[in-house]
Design a protein around this ligand. Structure first.
Ligand code: GMT
Length: 386
């Protein structure tokens, strides 16, 4: 199969899922092209042998453009790559504006020439896609795509309701690599130099992640149990969070690592993951933590209950219930056998229910049905026999 994947080159969520999918397909011998304004870090981390062809989307400045039109540059790149590489299919991650650029590219190339699969990740529907400035174009992109997937049942329902549409949306959850997340037999813990317990938070530091709640939960836990907080990631709330930590007198027991290509080495050292989000369509980092044997303390929102069965692999609370989250964290930190049981159950759950190979195969099956519907499967079969 010759496929192009368009995504954001981000450290978190959709960029990671798109990159892992691209790498997994290239591993299986498919010809995979990735289109973005920068090489996604997860692909870069694989080194030059990753087998994925990267195409940079350049947005040249022009004196008239206060806001250079990335979506048009992306559509042009989609057309160019499709023509030069004879693409079978285009898979876009994150609807805004990628789905609309893809539909435009398909139209330029001639209807049916380039089937478009759109994967919805969350805020492309729940936040930014729902903004009046983008709502109509998001709805258009979702309706016009040849196939649409959502990363959770919750996001599927939310999309149908919020965009007020009826259309088929397949739920294909995010996945995790069982090999890469496998905890080594011996884990050095430089982040806990005095053997303290470690609470970790990983995110893009946006308001939706409720960083003040992370700090408050940690403050409450630390009053009772010696522990440290590790923050991974970067974003608009990072400076304010540092200020809050300083004001609470917690700077000396907090380590802020910024963005990392790989989060596993930090997760292996951690006892609990804190994810008190306002909204979370899936919570990829929760899945990664479970696979690394780290129980999750999170909120009962969006797709999180689908990823973190409450009481089995983690504990879920209402948004803003920092007292509850702190009490839950303390309960697990004080009962190591119970925490270990949850950690082991989490690994089993994550690696069986969200297994990389199985989910990549589901995407490939969807590509095939989408091509068949567009009347292009015969072409693919003929070419693969040559
Ligand atoms: O907007 C964001 O928070 C980033 C976005 C992304 O593009 O990574 O995250 C969303 O997609 C992830 C991957 O599917 C999900 O794991 C996250 O839960 C989702 N974020 C939200 O719903 C807030």
């Amino acid at each position: 199969m010759r496929i192009a994947i368009a995504c954001y080159p981000t450290f978190g969520g959709s960029g990671v899922v798109a990159s892992e999918l691209a790498l997994a397909m290239a591993d299986r011998g498919d010809e995979v092209h990735v289109l973005s304004y920068a090489l996604p870090p997860r692909i870069a981390a694989e080194g030059p042998e990753h087998g994925v062809v990267f195409h940079e989307v350049k947005v040249p400045p022009y004196p008239l453009f206060e806001y250079p039109p990335y979506s048009l540059a992306l559509a042009s790149k989609m057309v160019e790559v499709s023509r030069s590489r004879h693409l079978d299919l285009l898979h876009v991650h994150y609807a805004v504006p990628n789905a609309v650029s893809a539909i435009l590219a398909r139209q330029i190339l001639g209807e049916r020439s380039l089937p478009v699969v759109t994967t919805l990740h969350g805020t492309d529907i729940t936040l930014v896609g729902n903004d009046p400035s983008y709502l109509e174009t998001t709805r258009f992109g979702v309706l016009e795509s040849d196939a649409v997937t959502a990363v959770s049942h919750s996001l599927r329902e939310r999309t149908l309701q919020q965009l007020a549409i009826e259309r088929e949306i397949e739920v294909i959850p995010n996945f995790v690599d069982a090999q890469r997340t496998l905890r080594p037999a011996v884990v050095e813990r430089p982040l806990a130099p005095h053997g303290e317990r470690l609470l970790v938070h990983v995110s893009n530091f946006r308001p939706v992640k409720r960083l003040p709640d992370v700090v408050e939960v940690f403050r409450r836990v630390r009053e009772q149990v010696p522990c440290r907080l590790v923050l991974v990631g970067d974003g608009p709330e990072r400076a304010a969070t540092a200020g809050r930590i300083e004001a609470a007198g917690l700077s000396s027991v907090t380590t802020s690592l910024g963005t990392l290509d790989r989060v596993e080495p930090v997760l292996w050292q951690s006892d609990l993951l804190l994810l008190p989000s306002e909204e979370e369509s899936f919570g990829l980092v929760a899945l990664e933590a479970l696979a690394c044997e780290v129980p999750v303390i999170a909120t009962r929102v969006g797709g999180l209950p689908e990823v973190v069965p409450d009481g089995e692999v983690g504990l879920l609370y209402e948004v803003g219930d920092t007292a509850g989250m702190a009490a839950g964290a303390l309960r697990l930190l004080r009962d190591e056998p119970a925490r270990r049981r949850m950690a082991e159950a989490g690994r089993r759950w994550a690696t069986t229910r969200f297994d990389r190979e199985e989910i990549v195969e589901r995407y490939r099956a969807l590509y095939r049905t989408t091509l068949a519907r567009a009347g292009r499967e015969r072409e693919l079969v003929v070419r693969s026999r040559k």
